[in-house]
Design a protein around this ligand. Structure first.
Ligand SMILES: Cc1cc2nc3c(=O)[nH]c(=O)nc-3n(C[C@H](O)[C@H](O)[C@H](O)COP(=O)(O)O)c2cc1C
Length: 198
């Protein structure tokens, strides 16, 4: 059974990005996957310390409440990362989390994918402003770095503007349906491709 993990980078558990993540998880579950959501704001964790030993053995030396989540991420076939845009970047919670993935990008100073097998992913960002290419680019850049960690194919980017109030996404059934279809599609595509080929 495929495992899907959603990492929610907003402090608002019922906010826009988390609502869309949960819809995507529902789609993944409908496709037969096992689903989990992690709310980063519930965890006490530090950002990357830049201490570098991780580049030698792909193990993060920082031990805190994010540590078990990093273990579960390794086991997950589909990663769904969602966050609001705060001051033109992803929320601080998501940035701290993403920095802690550094150990998955290197070995002994060489750029090498540290995650075996094939995975699928989606990066979801929500924001208040009109649709903006630069905010899509914020999400796309994170998506690009997943390619440094493992064979993520496909990686979808979802960038949604005009979502100011926290309940805005919940009132947009078409967005919820698209998110649900996204979760279902990622699992189905992975199932078709096979998780370990290549
Ligand atoms: C600290 C803070 C900074 C924000 N900065 C921006 C911004 O730069 N551009 C924008 O369009 N919206 C900005 N917003 C609005 C949020 O991105 C928007 O409400 C988003 O949909 C919230 O997602 P959530 O409901 O998942 O928390 C900001 C909100 C907060 C609280």
């Amino acid at each position: 059974m495929f495992k899907v993990i959603a990492v929610a980078g907003s402090p608002r558990r019922e906010g826009n990005s988390a609502t869309l993540l949960k819809a995507a998880l529902a789609g993944a579950t409908a496709a037969g996957a096992q689903a989990e959501v992690v709310y980063l704001n519930d965890l006490s964790f530090r950002g990357c310390q830049g201490c570098q030993p991780c580049t030698a053995d792909d193990t993060c030396r920082v031990q805190d409440e994010l540590t078990p989540v990093l273990g579960r991420l390794r086991q997950a076939d589909v990663w769904l990362l969602g966050a609001p845009i705060y001051f033109d970047g992803v929320s601080g919670q998501m940035k701290l989390f993403f920095d802690r993935l550094h150990h998955l990008t290197n070995e002994a100073g060489q750029l090498r994918k540290m995650l075996p097998g094939r995975r699928a992913a989606a990066i979801v960002v929500t924001y208040e402003d009109k649709p903006r290419d630069d905010y899509r680019e914020v999400a796309q850049r994170l998506a690009n770095y997943l390619g440094w960690m493992g064979r993520f194919d496909p990686v979808e980017v979802v960038s949604l503007g005009r979502l100011g109030p926290s309940d805005a996404a919940a009132a947009r059934p078409e967005l919820l349906a698209e998110a649900r279809a996204l979760g279902q599609r990622l699992v189905e595509q992975l199932a078709q491709q096979g998780r370990t080929d290549g």
